[in-house]
Write a protein that binds this ligand. Sequence first.
Ligand code: 7TS
Length: 409
Amino acid sequence: MNVLDIRRQFPILNQEVNGHPLVYLDSSATSQKPVRVIETLEKYYREYNSNVHRGVHTLGTRATDAYEGAREKVRKFINAKSIQEVIFTRGTTTSLNWVAASYATANLKEGDEIVITYMEHHSNIIPWQQAAKRTGAKLKYIPLQADGTISLDDVRATVTSNTKIVSVMQVSNVLGVINPVKEIAQIAHENGAVMVVDGAQSAPHMKIDVQDLDCDFLAFSGHKMCGPTGIGVLYGKKHLLENMEPVEFGGEMIDFVELYDSTWKELPWKFEGGTPIIAGAIGLGEAIDFLNEVGMDTIAEHDQRLAAYALERMSGIEGISIYGPLDPAKRTGMVTFNLADVHPHDVATVLDAEGIAVRAGHHCAQPLMKWLKASATARASFYLYNTEEDIDRLVSGLVKTKEYFSDVF
Ligand code: 7TS
């Protein structure tokens, strides 16, 4: 993979910020978009903008073909058995909320358990808290090892025959750690529970095969994988989705509407009430074509190599604390850290003055922050357009930050 060729396809990277060439290290929050995705959106709006699944006019047929074509691209990308298992949503948050609102509400009762981990994003905590409150089920947490990894013994000790749902992120948005979701799914199934995978941080960075993982549900967002904002995916096994009620009711998701009752369309359309996110889905399809052309294994290798380089270079900075396992093989492309007692927002502000974009805050993972005994952290996250030079710039920026706050050291 030629990173410079790839960088040229991302026009946004070619700019100065605060007088310095931009170094974008916040792809875990949202990735940048290649020009072909931007042009795909423009082409849709310029040439064939139309509603889908309605009427027979030419533009409508083109839009429907492109929208459903994108669904097939997603199906292939995650190796789902059928397009009936691929539902377009607004993103990971919506996908997880729908599983909690529909599946959990219908299937949980008092005494049942939902199992998650201490490292989850708020999107994979709060929907389950709410489902537990609605149904009387109990929410339980798989603890973390000292380095922020999950041990399967702890999973076995937490998941019981009362567990009905296990929901775990495949990659942590803070620790970068890759969780053994395939093995966790097996433990969930041995106990009669369904396995939900939050793929927000894994889908952009590694090959996902839902049949191999044997997960029951998978949620991910287009905007973190070179696609537009506002589009995401909920994958679910057909027999589960078939028995679930839709969450949104209205146009397009119905078969027949009578005065006092209605029937639903077949999968996946029964879940897609109202005008769907047409441009977003078509843009996501183009992003998937782009990622496939580069190769998901190549991207995974690249991101991991950058993380290894960053870990090596950053751990040489005196006073830095790096969170998560230090073994690069256990993580993907991000490094979360604190620089002595400098507040991470101050770190991010000094870096921004150098043209370097990192995220600072609690990363929507407050329980994990508590576990880390940090109120906030800074995070540099990498993607296929980042280079070793970007990390060198980050390290120089951090050294500058140290100088700036030298009274703290
Ligand atoms: N799950 C994980 C693991 C995430 O990292 C995120 C977003 C979400 C769910 C929610 O995704 P959304 O597309 O529905 O918002 N994570 C981050 C982040 O780490 N920084 O900004 C957003």
